[in-house]
Structure formats: C-alpha cells, structure tokens
Design a binder for this molecule. Structure first.
Ligand SMILES: Nc1ncnc2c1ncn2[C@@H]1O[C@H](COP(=O)(O)OP(=O)(O)OP(=O)(O)O)[C@@H](O)[C@H]1O
Ligand SMILES: [Mg+2]
Length: 112
C-alpha cells in the first residue's frame, strides 16, 4: 500500500474530488493547509500596508491505495491540477505499513 499526498491549488478541490470519486478510490482525506514551495518572501499590500508573505492557502489530498493504482491516480491528479504556472503543487508518495478498519478489525488492503 502507498500513501499519496497531493498539495494542490484550492480552486482545483472540487474537480479533483469529483474525479477521484469517479475513479472509485477507496477513501479520500482533504485538508486545508498553508505552504510554500520555491517561491517565498513576496510582497502583498493589505489595507495599504506592505506585508511580506511566505505562505499561500493550499489543499492537501491524502489517499491510501493499493500499489497497482498509484500511477493511475498520480496521472489523474496531474491532469486535473496542472496549469503550467508556478504553484501547481506537488505529489509525495510513501509506503504504508498497514491499515486497520476499526469496525471490523480487517487489516491491510482488505481494510482499504
Ligand atoms: N519540498 C516540499 N516539502 C513540503 N511541502 C512542499 C514542498 N514543496 C512544495 N510543497 C507544498 O506544495 C505547495 C505547492 O508547491 P509549489 O507547486 O509552489 O512547488 P514548487 O517547487 O515551488 O514548484 P513551482 O516552481 O512550480 O511553483 C507548497 O505551498 C507547499 O505546501
Ligand atoms: Mg512554487
């Protein structure tokens, strides 16, 4: 099993959620987060005052899936989230040791 964490633009939230549900992923966790990538320390004006900004609102999708679905899901995320402009986001993939469905105590992929 792998955990896919995709940090994307907030305006892509609904489209990505719809596509992932259509693709019948077993579960999705969505979080509102703040972050920065390579660009930080830019200036914005808030009520006339200059403010140095380091982070922007982003949305984090967490999906745990069977290994054989990882590439398909990654492709889907890119298709929805890519604009070609800086700040499109990033995808991290990590190994997951186990999963437990609390209701039934099922383990591993059976619990996804
Ligand atoms: N190395 C990282 N570790 C943790 N979070 C990251 C990392 N890189 C990016 N993020 C998260 O992803 C969000 C979007 O990153 P972003 O797309 O700006 O990456 P980037 O490397 O600056 O690429 P680009 O040059 O296309 O903007 C950030 O706001 C941050 O939340
Ligand atoms: Mg960036």
């Amino acid at each position: 099993m792998k955990k896919i964490e995709a940090i994307i633009r907030p305006e892509k939230l609904e489209a990505l959620k719809d596509q992932l549900l259509q693709a019948k992923v077993s579960g999705i966790t969505i979080s509102q987060v703040l972050g920065c990538g390579n660009q930080h320390g830019w200036t914005e004006y808030i009520r006339g005052s200059e403010v140095i900004m380091n982070t922007r609102s982003k949305v984090l999708f967490t999906i745990v899936t069977a290994n054989e679905r990882v590439e398909e899901i990654v492709e889907l995320i890119i298709k929805v989230a890519q604009t070609g402009e800086v700040g499109d986001g990033k995808i991290f993939i990590t190994d997951v040791a186990d999963c437990i469905r609390i209701r039934t105590k099922e383990r591993g992929e059976a619990a996804l």
